[in-house]
Write a protein that binds this ligand. Sequence first.
Ligand code: SAM
Length: 485
Amino acid sequence: MVKYDPKSLKAEEFINDAEIRATLEYAEANKHNAALIDEILEKARPQKTETGYVCHGLTHREASVLLACDLPDKIEKIYRIAEEIKLAFYGNRIVIFAPLYLSNYCVNGCVYCPYHIKNKTIPRKKLTQEEVRAEVIALQDMGHKRLAIEAGEDPKNNPIEYILECINTIYSVNHKNGAIRRVNVNIAATTVENYRKLKDAGIGTYILFQETYHKESYLQLHPTGPKHDYDYHTEAMDRAMEGGIDDVGLGVLFGLELYKYEFAGLIMHAEHLEAVHGVGPHTISVPRLKRADDIDPDAFDNGIDDETFAKITACIRLAVPYTGIIISTRETEAVRTKLLRLGVSQVSGGSRTSVGGYAGYTNEERPHDTEQFDVSDQRSLDEVVHWLMQNGHIPSFCTACYREGRTGDRFMSLCKSGQIINCCHPNALMTLTEYLTDYASEETKKTGFAVIDRELERVTNPKVKEIAAQNIIDIKNSNHRDFRF
Ligand code: SAM
């Protein structure tokens, strides 16, 4: 039997099937053990320190007990602590981004994705640099500052040189007051050398979804193409970190396998990164399988309902308190509203999942022909920004940490220092001012400026408050942009 070792660099040792099975048994046996559950909840709760808060997080075994627990009062407590952790480390800010699909050419056979090689009905498209520029202008005109680029895996059509050229183009476009200041990258597992090139191109987070941690299922769900190699895929984040990328983003595609198995695997992956590289994942995404061109989600047996989905998200929040949680427009407004109270810290807004879906199209007439999946939340970015504020959140377009070199463990230290209120908070308010001044509807502006006035009062350092207030006035009255702490 393969031995479990979080420090190993071998996929089957750090995502160890026997350990996951033992974890699920332990969780099932203890799911009504109220004393143990209380102990775990107590460990997860943020502890106040002289300067801020600390959290100890949970092991995959502890977190799996919480996920298995079906006692309503304990679930309520899990939800309350998830919100406490979110507020302690991220405040009420929610970071906003949009995906940009570069190419849907793909040589893989993933059975849940419409870009799979056997799909002969979906039109194949790859953006030229001129088209990338047009997409970026359209995204800047919406107000976006942060993108996640997406591409299928195809060494001929989408080689690393193409991805690097696109990143370069994206960063080079400055339309009116617009700028894309952080490009996160979601492309297939690659070599250390290519990760180094991505790092040198100035990417933010490298995102790669595991899809499923269950090796046998993984092999069946990815029957052909380079992605079939489970070990190469699962060990990708170690190569990314070896290539110098500090911020990596994990994720599971919920619906493919049994969620309790996936959850344990996900937390073990986070523990592995912490054990080997001294820093856990920067983000965890929680995508659920969606209808798409030739994909019917009902053909997969492991779909999860909204309540289970909420519980998974909250348990992730308790297990890895310093990791951002991302929820995309795969989810409806109602689900997103609920999850924002359970620890989510980033959302996409105004998203189109087709190649070339932004330039020249209104929100209503968005093209569907090359879409990767149906978008449930089809509201415009302006509507998303307004909705966030109405729900007590501050929409943030901030990219300061990565641009100031606060990545990896330096970001985690800021989180723990209690200085977020004097750093991230004013940064969020200044970038929100940029959005409101340059792009928002009158209604959103009215709500937003009132939020900014109120939230500025919460900055505790008088000097920081004074500088932020002056910068906000400057943004409103001039073309000066991109202030940051
Ligand atoms: N080709 C890259 C890879 O292999 O990782 C990039 C990934 S793809 C553009 C982004 C993600 O979309 C995939 O990792 C997958 O989890 C998700 N996805 C694929 N098909 C989906 C579907 N039908 N519904 C929801 N998400 C889907």
